[in-house]
Design a protein around this ligand. Structure first.
Ligand code: ASP
Length: 455
């Protein structure tokens, strides 16, 4: 039998994205129901037991893909780009766009929060103050110095993305410089890259169940009552996040790449669902990468670099949360921030976005740094803590969409976007047909294992 192609069979079989969406919606309904029932037995054995276990397994499976996928795709990307100057151009453009989108995001958040003014007249009674400690603001110099790993193995083991990217790019450049002598090495990496993309697809087959458990657990734990005291904060934050997602980013995509935002949004949806369910840009890298290359059509030589780079340094949603939270808490405590305060928040949020990894809840930790810099009590975080998980899920969607938008713009401008793929609604859609085993390969393996059986 011929190996199945990615586009086959989509008409009869339900696509994986549809299944994942169903998993998400069922998880939401089920989670809210469990929250209403609130049975200690169910909470212990189902929510904190089975759901927590499957959810954790799914996130672990995604995380196990990140480092090898980034390493092999990046080596292929650098070797495939063929020209070191082009790599510099791609890197420079991506960096400039990432910083610009984050700066726009935080400015928009502060402007919107100042207009809406959430937090004025807030009643502080009943808010428990926890013993939070402020995180120190990293210096720009330290952030850049830390990009070079002293021990690459440790960087791989700890998943330090900027260090890994730096090291792998150097290896890729060295392979380029070796010319023909590195052919075998590059071929081996290409093979490993292809293999890792298959592993991504295998893990994605379990996504509907993983997503169901993650969402059901979150909503079973998060009661609607949590939102009521901070409804103005939530409303302002969600408006700012949506404004950035649907207006700023989509206008940029249209103006800088001339692409249709609707098509783009449909194609990036699987990555958005994963980002929402896991609240981690890092864990979503394999899916963002797959969507950007196989559904949107960006070339591996660009996306292998811009996607993991973006997941690490670009956090528009997180910056928006920090802007809205700072204005909200300034209102709660009756503190006048002033123009210097606002500028400090903008600068720090951009820096924090570069210096922190895309993992759940990190935005809140970085908020302690912003608050202490502008003289607001960090205990204020206790007020918004209850709703942060859900806000984290939404802002992570914005974070990874920003990564995908910038990757697409860079690819388009460098002539590395395949418009046929972009315009094909079926491109890169996974169906269960994908998982039929390539029997020719099986036969090859069998004859290699038992050579005497050969005819
Ligand atoms: N969870 C976010 C991410 O991974 C970071 C944050 O805002 O906490 O992108």
């Amino acid at each position: 039998m011929e190996p199945t192609s990615i586009r086959e069979g989509t008409t009869e079989k339900m696509s994986l994205t549809t299944k994942v969406v169903i998993g998400m919606v069922l998880g939401l309904i089920f989670g809210i129901l469990l929250n209403v029932i609130d049975s200690p037995f169910i909470n212990e054995h189902l929510v904190d037991g089975l759901f927590a276990m499957i959810g954790k397994m799914f996130i672990n499976a995604l995380k196990m893909l990140v480092v090898p996928l980034v390493v092999f795709s990046l080596i292929c990307g650098v070797a495939g780009i063929g020209d070191i100057r082009l790599l510099g151009r791609v890197g420079g453009l991506a960096f400039a766009l990432y910083i610009t989108t984050t700066a726009i995001a935080i400015t928009l958040a502060i402007a919107l929060a100042t207009i809406i003014g959430p937090g004025s007249g807030f009643d502080m009674s009943g808010i428990s103050v926890s013993g939070l400690a402020a995180k120190q603001a990293p210096s720009v110099w330290d952030v850049f110095a830390a990009i070079i790993p002293t021990n690459p193995i440790a960087a791989f083991a700890d998943g330090k993305m900027l260090q890994i990217i730096f090291y792998v790019i150097i290896i890729g450049i060295a392979a380029l410089m070796l010319g023909d002598r590195s052919n075998d090495f590059v071929k081996a990496c290409e093979y490993m890259n292809e293999l890792m993309m298959k592993v991504v697809e295998i893990v994605m087959m379990f996504a509907p169940y993983g997503v169901f458990c993650l969402i059901a657990k979150t909503f079973a734990e998060q009661g609607i009552e949590l939102f009521l005291p901070v409804i103005a904060y939530v409303a302002t934050l969600v408006s700012a996040l949506f404004l950035h997602l649907f207006v700023t980013l989509m206008v940029m995509l249209r103006l800088l790449a001339g692409l249709d935002p609707f098509t783009f949004m449909t194609k990036i949806r699987p990555a958005q669902i994963f980002a929402f369910s896991t609240a981690s840009s890092n864990a979503t890298i394999p899916i963002t990468f797959r969507c950007v290359t196989q559904r949107i059509g960006a070339d591996n030589s660009v996306a292998s670099f811009t996607v993991p780079f973006g997941a690490t340094i670009n956090m528009d949603g997180t910056a928006i949360m920090q802007g809205v939270a700072t204005v909200f808490l300034a209102n709660v405590y009756g503190v006048e921030l002033g123009i210097v305060g606002y500028l400090t928040v903008i600068g720090l949020a951009v820096l924090a976005s570069i210096g922190t990894a895309g993992v759940p809840g990190v935005g809140l930790v970085m908020l302690t740094m912003v608050l202490s810099q502008v003289g607001l009590p960090i205990e204020g975080i206790a007020i918004i803590l209850g709703v942060d998980r859900l806000m984290d899920m939404i802002r992570t969607v914005v974070n990874i969409t920003g990564d995908a938008v910038v990757s697409t713009i860079v690819a388009k401008r460098e002539g590395k976007l395949d418009m046929d793929v972009f315009n094909d609604p079926e491109a890169g859609v996974i169906t269960s047909d994908e998982f039929e085993i390539d029997t020719e390969a099986e036969a090859r393996l069998a004859s290699a294992a038992h050579p005497h059986n050969d005819p």
